[in-house]
Design a protein around this ligand. Structure first.
Ligand SMILES: Cc1ncc(C[n+]2csc(CCO)c2C)c(N)n1
Length: 196
């Protein structure tokens, strides 16, 4: 029988893709993935996505740093992905759960103010009251230093990249404390010519 139990630790993960709208896309993707400190998570890249697994704080810290690294090239870049926590059977990367709770990349990001637009959706799984959990977080996002606006199926966040990822992390962290298996999908875009 397949393992349907949660692991002993709350392993979180993300699968994401970077889309640099540039002839230089290979270098932008690979240098962002290489140059950001990802020592606190398990990480694997293939031709479609990059997957990282570990503590929530590190998953968000590194995803944010990778997007900022790509955006600071000035090229129009987008990133889409899915965060997940409490996925039944996800327990192979327990070794990374011993990492400290200090985000490794955050101290180096302050000089990188970068505007972006983002749409995200939280999916609290297996709960009849899932809509309450979603609405609580949309309301809270309004106090998180980003502009929040409704959109079909998703909520839009506009502001600084670091604040956008921090808002999504806070929402994800709060929901997963009450809902064992939670996922979040997002798309973020910076330097779009639509805004020039
Ligand atoms: C985060 C992220 N991970 C993997 C890919 C897939 N990918 C597309 S082109 C390329 C470089 C040449 O192999 C890679 C790895 C992506 N786009 N973004």
């Amino acid at each position: 029988m397949t393992n349907q139990q949660c692991g002993t630790s709350r392993i979180a993960g993300v699968q994401f893709t970077l889309f640099p709208m540039s002839d230089n896309f290979v270098d932008i993707i690979l240098s962002a993935l290489d140059e950001v400190d990802h020592s606190s998570v398990w990480k694997e890249t293939d031709d479609v996505t990059t997957c990282m697994r570990g503590k929530i704080v590190h998953i968000f810290d590194i995803t944010k740093a990778i997007f900022l690294h790509a955006a600071k090239t000035g090229e129009h870049v987008a990133m889409s992905g899915t965060f997940s926590v409490g996925c039944p059977g996800d327990n192979e990367a327990d070794v990374y759960m011993a990492e400290s709770d200090e985000p490794v990349n955050a101290p180096n990001l302050s000089a990188n103010e970068q505007q972006a637009g983002c749409k995200f959706a939280i999916h609290p799984l297996g709960r009849d009251d899932y809509m309450d959990k979603i609405y609580e977080q949309i309301d809270l996002s309004k106090a998180r230093g980003v502009d929040v606006s409704p959109s079909h199926y998703m909520t839009r966040l506009d502001g600084d990249v670091a604040s956008i990822f921090d808002a999504m992390e806070e929402a994800f962290e709060a929901v997963q404390q009450e809902v064992s298996h939670t996922t979040m999908t997002f798309t973020i875009s910076a330097n779009s010519p639509s805004n020039r």
